[in-house]
Structure formats: structure tokens, C-alpha cells
Design a protein around this ligand. Sequence first.
Ligand code: DAH
Length: 339
Amino acid sequence: MQDQINKYIDEVKGFATETADELEAFRIKFLGKKGILRGLYSDLKEVSADQKRDLGQAINALRQAADEKLQEIKDSMESQSTVQGQFGDLSRPGNPLHVGSRHPISIVKNRIIEIFSRIGFNVSEGPEIEDDWHNFTALNLPEYHPARDMQDTFFIQTDPDILLRTHTSSVQVRYMENNQPPIRTISPGRVYRNEAISARSHCFFHQVEGLYIDKDVSFADLKQTLQYFTTELFGKSKIRLRPSYFPFTEPSAEVDVYWGLETETDYRMTKGTGWLEIMGCGMVDPNVLENCGIDSKEYSGFAFGMGIDRIALLLHQISDIRMLSENDIRFLQQFKGSL
Ligand code: DAH
């Protein structure tokens, strides 16, 4: 009997399980009403008195081992289920995080800032509600100048001197008034014009103005800067400068970038020419420098201005400018992951 009890003790100590059913079967087998221990206790009655003590102790040791084993496995099962209760199924894939996306205007603006900052341009800003001087007069557009009609202006009704800026060129003026050359700055911002809203034009849009003033700045510097810029932004280095007119620059030009005619979209976008107009530019008119307190005999410079919305439409093949201000989540979500 002693040998049999020792075997049971070994069995109990070696027992392991992870399921509650197996554990219950173990309990019934050893500790149940018709279990091994009950049997042993009743067998004990029949043994002779001199054996009783040793056998009794052995059976007690078996019972203790079985009790301990049961408790030990129960504890470990419970602690596992509390871990699960706390953290759920740790192998389950996580819930997706809903991150927002940058607006296409911001994406293009940041790209432009980054490209120009690499060649030493800083970023400057000015007010959207402007006065006549900064938006027009200082830029060589005195009162009654016909070129004022190039840009349909929103005036503040009670004061004809105050308006919503029609271009970011106003920031040039403010920057030159407050800083002496050398100047290398770009000024992104929103501008307003009293135009009918359609797929191609809106009453507000965004521009980036560029200004470079120093000694001996030439048209060649302007062209090289623009070439660097278009290569970086569009991956296209072929540009052409068409003579144009802006009151604040002399000479003035419009910049076209050669987009190519490889696909049907290229044809459509460039109206079959392969060329896309992307900005206006020129050498800052000496009058403008003088208006802003810069000696035009000592300094010269160039300026340029481009529309961010237009570039965003081009780069992302967006067909309607109004989508940029409609805040349609389905549209905006497509720009996830872009900086
Ligand atoms: N201000 C012009 C516009 O809104 C764009 C422009 C053209 C800006 C030539 C310039 C420039 O600085 O030199 O249409």
C-alpha cells in the first residue's frame, strides 16, 4: 500500500494541465467522493495498528500534495484570465488610429518653402486686410493706374483705403520697408479677388511671393533660381520666359515649364502645347525699391509670384478648384501620408 501511495504522490506532483476540464477530472480522481483518497482512508481501517501510523501519514501527504497541486493550477489559470481581462487578446491586430491629413494647399506650400529654404530664403508674412499703399501704390500702381483693373479688388466699404489684398506682392513692400538688403524671402498667403466662382477660379486663393534683393543681382540669377525651383518641384528643368508686363517689375516675364506631351493628360493640361504657365516674375522696378526705402543705385533684385492652388491642381490632377475649399472629407483623406 505504501508503494501505491508513493506512486500516487508522484502522479500528483507531475500533473499539469491548462484546461479547467482536466483539472476537474484530476480533482474528482483524487479528492472526489469516490476518489482515491476516500478509498485509501477506508482501506486504512483494515490495516493493522502498527502500520496505521505510517500509512496514515503517507495518505495525508498525498492529500496535501493533491490539494496544493489543485490550488497551484487554479491560481495560475486565474492570473492568466485576469491578464486577458485587462488587455484583451494580445495577439489581436490593433484598432486603426484615425490620423488626419494635410490639406493639398499646405502640402504644396510646405514643399515650396522647403525648396527655397535650401537656397537661403526665409519665410515672411503680411496681413490679408491691407491698405492701398502696400497692395498697389508702393508697387508702382498709383491711383488711376489702368493696371489696377488687372485685379478685381474687394474694398472695405467704409474706407476705400482698406482692401483685401489681391496678391502677396504686398508682403514684398512690407518686408523691404522693415529690412535692408541682402533680402531673400518668400511670402506664402491667401489673396482675394472679386471673381466669379467656377471650376477654374475662386474669389480667394493662395500665392507665394519671392523676393531677392542684393548688390548686382541680374536676370540670369532669376532664371537660374527659377530653373532650380521647377526642377525640384516638378522634376522638370526646361523652362521658358515670355516677355510680359507687371507694374512692379521691369523687365517682366511669365514663366512656362515644359511639361511634355507623353500622355493624354499632358495634352489636356497643356492644351496640346506641352507648356504650362506657372508664374510671373521680373526685375524689381527701381521705383518700387525707392518707395520702400532701398537705394536703387546700390541694389537690384528680382521678384516672382505664383498661385499655390493652381500648382496643387496640377500636381494632384484635381479638376475643380472649388474642391480645395469644400472640406469634403472623402477628398481630403486622399492626401493622407503626404507632408
Ligand atoms: N502679383 C502678381 C499677380 O498676382 C504675380 C507676380 C508677378 C508677382 C510678377 C511678382 C512678379 O513678384 O514679379 O498676378
